[in-house]
Design a protein around this ligand. Structure first.
Ligand code: ADP
Ligand code: ADP
Length: 228
């Protein structure tokens, strides 16, 4: 069953512009779902609805089959949704560990004061960053890893990534998807916005194409072994 669904979601911005029209989409645990579409198709709007930045004008968001209302990102985060923004929201002069501790809640906050626990958390996803490194000293691809870890800190069941590959070299894109695969294999539903069809065919399980705010195709890629 899907972790999260959009059910006939429409979004009209205050200026009257219809950015999404009756879009339905299901994210499944263990799958990498690519969201394709040209600039202005509505991809960011869709992600922002899942993440609680915007509320739908019509239609609903369901988690585990139940209607949820995310009025702000804090609501979405509390419901286990993590987001990797296109422009990282890391504190550059702080260390990797400090950045993770900033967003950790409850018991997790204590954990991110212990180097050994941070290492164990990273290794769960095949990452091996130095917790004491300052973010500003890391190359972009590694800063992105920190941003991904930050989105997962509070046990997210849904990981959203907004155009993560635009800043990466082809090798780094391969490595990114190796990481996303490890994350999805832990049962997290992964959704990636991208322009790159080759990347989708090589690495994603499922895709949805948006065109002018409407769904214009969806399906499984050849590499998919459906989990549901
Ligand atoms: P994408 O991420 O696919 O490029 P967006 O979701 O950012 O698309 O935007 C979809 C359309 O909605 C675009 O035409 C954009 O200009 C418009 N749009 C986005 N945000 C707003 C807003 N706050 N008010 C009005 N129009 C918006
Ligand atoms: P990104 O692709 O990183 O989401 P954008 O430049 O598309 O960045 O949008 C940045 C912000 O501007 C978003 O919050 C978006 O909703 C808003 N925005 C985009 N297009 C419009 C528009 N036509 N009118 C008003 N706000 C917009």
């Amino acid at each position: 069953a899907p972790v999260i669904e959009l059910d006939h979601v429409s979004k009209r911005y205050p200026n009257g512009f219809m950015a999404l029209e009756k879009v339905s989409l299901s994210l499944f645990p263990g799958e990498i779902h690519a969201l394709l579409g040209e600039n202005g198709a509505g991809k960011s709007t869709l992600m922002n609805i899942l993440y609680g930045v915007h509320e739908p004008t019509e239609g609903g968001v369901l988690m585990h089959g139940r209607q949820v209302i995310h009025r702000r990102p804090a609501d979405a985060i509390a419901n286990g949704i993590g987001m990797v923004h296109q422009h990282f929201r890391l504190v550059a002069p702080f260390t990797v560990a400090e950045n993770l501790a900033l967003v950790a809640r409850g018991e997790r906050q204590k954990m991110f004061r212990r180097q050994s626990d941070i290492h164990a958390f990273m290794q769960r996803y095949g990452m091996d960053l130095d917790p004491a490194a300052k973010v500003k000293d890391l190359p972009l691809a590694l800063q992105q890893r920190v941003e991904i870890l930050k989105a997962l800190v509070n046990d997210s069941r849904v990981l959203l990534l907004d155009e993560p590959s635009t800043i990466l070299t082809p090798d780094e894109i391969g490595a990114l998807y190796d990481t996303l695969r490890r994350i999805s294999e832990k049962g997290t539903a992964v959704a990636v916005v991208t322009h790159n069809v080759d990347e989708v065919l090589a690495h994603a399980d499922r895709y949805t194409i948006l065109r002018r705010g409407k769904t214009n195709g969806s399906g499984l890629t050849a590499s998919c072994t459906p989990h549901d």
